[in-house]
Each structure stands twice: as C-alpha cells, then as structure tokens.
Ligand binder design. Sequence first.
Ligand SMILES: [Mn+2]
Length: 260
Amino acid sequence: MEGSVSALLCRTSDRIAATSQGARELALTVAERMEVEARMIGTPGEPADSHFDDDLRDARGCLLEAGGQVEDALGGGRFPVLTSSDCSICITTLPAVARLRPEALVLWLDAHPDFNSPETTTSGFLGGMCLSAACGAWDAGLDAGFIDPSRVVMCGIRDVDAGERVLVETNGVGLVERPSRLADVLAGREVFIHLDLDVLDPATMPGLQWPVDGGLSDGGLRTLLAEVAEAADVVGLEITDFPAPPLARRVATMVEPVLP
Ligand SMILES: [Mn+2]
C-alpha cells in the first residue's frame, strides 16, 4: 500500500520547541524508509504554557489540518503517517479515522490517557484532555465529529489523574495492561495507532515533556508493534511527543513493523 507522510509543524498546544523539531525530523526519516516525499504542514509557533481554550481558538486551523491529512490519505487508499508535537491532533484525526474506517479500532499507546475534561484538568493543557474530546466526552468546538470511546484500546498507561480515571471508566474506553495481550484483543481488526513516545521509558527517550518511569524499551515497543502488525490490519499511524531529533532513526526502526 502507498504511504503518505506528513509533519504537522504548526502549533497546537506546544509547550516546548523540541517536539516540533522532532516531528519534522521523524517525518523525514520515516518518509525516506517508505520511499515517499514527506509533507511539511505549517510553520512552528512560539511554545507557551497556554490554556486549552486559548489553544483551541489559536490552533483551530492547525488542528483541522491534522484531521484533513488523515482524511485525505485514508480517502485516497493510502496509509497515513502523521507526526506532530502534541497529542492534541487526535481531536480531529481520530474522528477522521471513524468516518473513513468505521470498523477500525484505535490503539492508544501513551503513558497518559489524555482524558481530562474542562472540569477535571489541573494543568489546563489541551494535550492532556484531547482523547476525551475526540471521544465526545466534552465539546472542543471544532465540529470535527467524534469516535466511539469503546473503539479505543489503551496500553502503556501509567500516569492517570483521579478525575480522569473516572472519565476513562465511565466512557467505556478499553484498557490492556499487558502489551503481550494486545495481539489477542486486536486480532483480525483494522487498527489505527496513536503513539505518544512517552509510552517509552524516560531512560530510552530523553527530554520527554511528561516523563513517567516504568515505560517500554526500544525493543519492547518494536516487539509490541510487530505483534500488532502480525495480528491486525494496521491502517495508519500518528506519532507525537518526540523531543530528541537526533534519535529519529531509532524511532523509525521501532515503528518499522507497522509501516506498509
Ligand atoms: Mn499523550
């Protein structure tokens, strides 16, 4: 299958500059392996500790562009790889997956559920409340649609806020504790993968914005993805939160098993 690689460089909720540089470098590296041209979307903004409602207003065009990239690729029968600074892109990308691949599950690989709401967030960080918006648990005001939370399967989660935990449970999001069980859960299904690189251990991925101990190793992530690729039909991938541009080749090697 043909691939489509794009880096979303424009600011969504970026609080540090390294992750936008990482998105660019990773897209270039993955595109080279897939033998396609990487598309660069927008120009990096100024990182800031801003509040989610300001970011939703200021980054509206950028967020909608993320969904557009996934929609165009899936609609054209291509395998999307989208890299971005923050997980906030999922507010538009996952509803696009739900529209174009209505049977697909989403595999959410992340140290965090990103499932806070305007009521539960303590940081005001849009990136910590984006999956809940994608699932329709609160309205981000982008008219992007949503994905049924029961179609989302989380793995690697190990830092959950109290109010967030309640929302994850009441919304019926799937949670798999052991990576080795994923192949069974996803067997025979179409799967779109959301990969926040903080699913890796901070010792493996230096410079993470929200590091959490106890994460996967390089080899652990590659094995997990190889097992998923073997068991399921992977239809696309988004990679966020990559703060270490010089490590782009290592990350490209980790995700290689799911690339077309
Ligand atoms: Mn995340």
